[in-house]
Write a protein of this length. Sequence first.
Length: 356
Amino acid sequence: MFDWMKQKAQKKSASVDGAQWSQDEVDALAQIRLPNWPESPSLEWFQRTGSNQALLTLPFAAPATVLTPLFEHSLLSRFDWSLRCDIRKLPNSQPDLPMIYGNVVLIASGKGGVGKSSVTAQLAVALARFGAKVGVLDADLYGPSMPTMFGQPEQKLVFNEQQKMIPHHRAGVHVSSLGYLSDAKDAAIWRGPMASAALQQLMRDTKWPALDYLLVDLPPGTGDIQLTFAQKLPITGAVIVTTPQTIALADAYKGITMFRKVGVPITGLIENMSGYTCPKCGHHEDLFGHSGGAETAAAENVPLLGQWPLDRGLRESLDAGQVDAILAQSSSLAATIENSAARLAAQLYLQAQDRV
């Protein structure tokens, strides 16, 4: 926690053109709780930029709704608040490697069929909508699905003069995938070491721009590919995707254990396919069980980033290559996805502070 009394005593208030926080305003800021941030925010994040203007600068990606508590506060609402996200590059497992990859987050599952790729795509688009520079590496060599979800799967990657692959740019996200290098009907018949080497090359030989976040869609399981990424590439954290089903949860536990053994922090867990609500009658059915992912997160002391329902609209939009269709709408599902992306970004930063 931040020592607010010490901050006040040292008068660490912002000053722009002579404008400073009053003592009452400092006290009010000390009591503010920002969405998805469990601690008191640092006073240094708040800045007065004029008599009636103020700025909140966060070191991680966040939506504009993070300003809601400030707009609703009886004293602080008199300011015209703006948001700026100055996203920090956080410590990773390979500090000697270049930081062009940004904060690298592995999206993993112990079991296939839990919607891991769909979750990866939606988190990436949500972070991009927050203003972050986001990339997705489709590391699921045996079933690359990002080309389909992001649209135009027939387009191939282009190579520059240095023989680096230029990632596709879709819905604000830079995407690199083996699916852009091979025919959609080709099968990747590779043993583990060959697949691991191919993925390292795919990541390092892609001409990524300077990213804030790179989400890696891993294949399911806990084999060579997962271990290679965890041990040889600059990993900031990992997210486990599971359904509430008992069979999926057993494999989710294995994924959590594997990452902990190789020193990769578990940034959070997402419970996908968490119930289905009929759009016509409103009846809710827990098709794969109830809150199994949430219970697993609590048992393993892992942050729960969200519980996503089964949704036909999401499935249809991803099948049609319209990866940003759901997030372009105002719906409860869109709010759930955005909230998970915001929690992921905040948790990555909070996790890094705990490791310092």
